[in-house]
Design a protein around this ligand. Structure first.
Ligand code: AMP
Length: 210
């Protein structure tokens, strides 16, 4: 594929990484890898990895680096264009990634703590098509069906108030240092995530050279 890019999406939970990555992947054909989605599927299928990961995810803590790095490395080998969403999340993960592949651009989608809490508490995910919606922003009732496919909208277990706070703390302590890590490598582009999805997406396209 000509011009395929290797992209990392960085940013706190709720910044819109998943939404932007899905759109970019659908439009440009690059593989979208969400470490959180892969882990949730492992938990649902009750695999050994899922069984180990579940306790950390439920608390809003990170799954140990040793479990994550292989899981992602195996999926990007020989892949030309990819969008990593939720990985890397620690400096050791970023160093391990660097040993496997170069990156073209790291998009840092910036969002304040207050906005993270507001968004995640009204976030819902469609159990059927996987689309991400926001009750408040999309004007949906609590029991509304998925506007896209009519499926059932569910709240993620880790989108509950105390867990949201914990996840932001974990982000600030362990993941935010990756901003300077990638700035030093000259691949960082920061985008204001506190706007409508379309506006954010316009900046995303520009940052990836489209
Ligand atoms: P996410 O869907 O990206 O918010 O991820 C949900 C949860 O999965 C996180 O709170 C972590 O427990 C776990 N997780 C996802 N990606 C990683 C990662 N790169 N390293 C460690 N844990 C992760």
């Amino acid at each position: 594929m000509g011009g395929a890019k290797r992209i990392v999406l960085l940013g706190p939970p709720g910044a819109g990484k998943g939404t932007q990555a899905a759109r970019l992947s659908a439009e440009l054909g690059w593989v979208h890898l969400s470490s959180g989605d892969i882990l949730r599927a492992e938990v649902r299928s009750a695999t050994p990895l899922g069984a180990q990961a579940e306790q950390f995810m439920r608390r809003g803590d990170l799954v140990p680096d040793g479990l994550i790095i292989e899981m992602i490395a195996a999926r990007i080998t020989n892949v030309e264009g990819f969008i990593l969403d939720g990985f890397p999340r620690t400096v050791p993960q970023a160093e391990a990634l660097e040993a496997v592949t170069a990156l073209d651009v790291v998009l840092n989608i910036d969002l304040s703590r207050a906005e993270v809490v507001r968004r995640l508490s009204s976030r819902r995910v469609c159990a059927d098509c996987g689309a991400i919606h926001n009750l408040a922003n999309d004007g949906l009732a609590d029991d509304a069906p998925c506007p896209g496919c009519g499926g059932r909208l569910m709240q993620r277990e880790d989108d509950e108030a105390e867990v949201i706070e914990r996840r932001f703390d974990v982000y600030a302590e362990l993941t935010a240092p990756l901003i300077s890590f990638y700035r030093e490598r000259g691949v960082l582009a920061t985008i204001d995530g506190g706007r409508a999805g379309d506006e954010v997406y316009a900046d995303v396209l520009q940052a990836v050279g489209r």
